[in-house]
Design a protein around this ligand. Sequence first.
Ligand code: PGA
Length: 249
Amino acid sequence: MKLIEVKDYHEMSQVAADYLLSNIKKSDKLTLGLATGGTPQGLYEALIQDHKENNTSYQHVSSFNLDEYIGLSGDQPNSYCHYMKENLFNHINIRSENTHIPSGKAVDLVGECKAYDHMIESCGGIDLQVLGIGSNGHIGFNEPGTSFDSETHIVELAQSTREANARYFDSTDEVPTHAITMGIATILKSKEILLLISGQAKQEALKKLMEGEVSEDFPASILNRHPNVTVIADEEALTLVEDLKQLNK
Ligand code: PGA
């Protein structure tokens, strides 16, 4: 796992955008795995800014999002489908038919999960997956205890996840209880992974990740076994990692 240390959220977003842009520019076909939440918002802003200034094209880019709430339709403001359109897709020239997000309103949700994995495979797999991390170590919505062998599946959200995401809703009660998420095995099939970590709330999670013990109780720990992971972390998130380094000196 390669670690890039940056000063703050702004620098993390800019470095991540440069990383994606160099991949977008050098390939004639690229499949991105995309994340939602607070962490990648600055990255998407930087991509939009670049698109305005440099007209970088996304015509050859496909995308698969990590997850979606069950029960929300794509046009509801808190759905991840809506988030992606507002925060990225509507502002760049990616073809809408090349963007994929699981449907949280599918009648056959299990079928939807299977079809999603199948679509990723038919597209040739994910070249570069962008990830955030939950303070409990979740990746996508794979909560602690999820099997490392899981493919795209339905999950019940941890209470801590619903509380963390309540800031986007009127109350915690309104946060959906279930979601569809790419599984851990699905995520690990990505050729390359870019994990973004910023802020005090992620200090413990980053420390646990860097300690290197791999356990299903801490889903992100499996990233230690992937051959091509880059972590971009800011100073605030790195505080406990730095303390650990001092202790080990
Ligand atoms: P956040 O969420 O970016 O909103 O902190 C990350 C995650 O839960 O994976």
